[in-house]
Design a protein around this ligand. Structure first.
Ligand SMILES: [Zn+2]
Length: 214
């Protein structure tokens, strides 16, 4: 496992990259990576451009502060809930990116309009029931809706993606934003036709076997 200072640097770099690409605005969003004995997360309400590695607190799986002096992200309990539920997940990224957040306000799943969405997310992307920012109810609703998936929309709030590492979680945030943008573009032209869950699952399995370097 990567040295914890390196993990902190990787989180800061990822947050800055996402800020530059417009997926994160201001001090919004939060990012974390699992580490030995818990997870490291971005602090609450701090400018990403000014973060030093020691500004990122380390929390236990139950969200107790183990290391650091900064107040951790207001969504720490949500990140903790995902890590407890998903041993396969090593990183969590949460954004308020424009199109994904707009889609979250519709309070219904983001339909699978493209083959690429089927391959990357396995079909529709669920939307978690609404609960206020940083509450135990939000942690519960979002982790329940995420279940075994890679991404979830948070009603009237934003998006959350998980990954085997931070790069994968961040890449998924970019792709989710693209698919939400495609959804609104198609909606402006009448809506399009979504793939059924069976078609999406079949295509995901087929491409997993045939795409990329072996
Ligand atoms: Zn948020």
């Amino acid at each position: 496992m990567m040295d914890e200072t390196e993990l902190r640097k990787e989180i800061i770099k990822t947050a800055l990259d996402m800020h530059r690409s417009g997926l994160v605005q201001g001090t919004g969003g939060n990012f974390s990576v699992r580490c030995a004995g818990g997870f490291i997360i971005t602090p609450s309400g701090m400018d990403y451009a000014l973060l030093a590695p020691e500004d990122l607190p380390k929390l236990s799986p139950d969200c107790e502060l183990i290391e650091g002096t900064r107040t951790p992200s207001i969504e720490s309990a949500l990140h903790a809930a995902v890590y407890r539920m998903r041993p396969d997940v090593n990183a969590v990224a949460h954004t308020h990116s424009l199109y994904a957040t707009a889609a979250s306000a519709l309070r219904r799943p983001l339909p699978c309009l493209t083959d690429n969405q089927a391959v990357m997310f396995g079909g529709d992307i669920p939307t978690a029931r609404h609960a206020p920012i940083g509450t135990p109810a939000l942690a519960e609703n979002v982790s329940a809706a995420l279940a075994g998936g890679a991404a979830v929309l948070m009603a009237n709030h934003g998006a959350l993606c998980v990954g085997k590492d931070l790069r994968q979680a961040a890449d998924r945030c970019c792709m989710l934003e693209l698919f939400a943008k495609i959804f609104f573009t198609a909606a402006s032209a009448g809506g399009g036709t979504a793939l059924s869950s069976e078609e999406a699952a079949e295509e995901a399995a087929d491409i997993a076997a045939r795409y990329g370097q072996k």
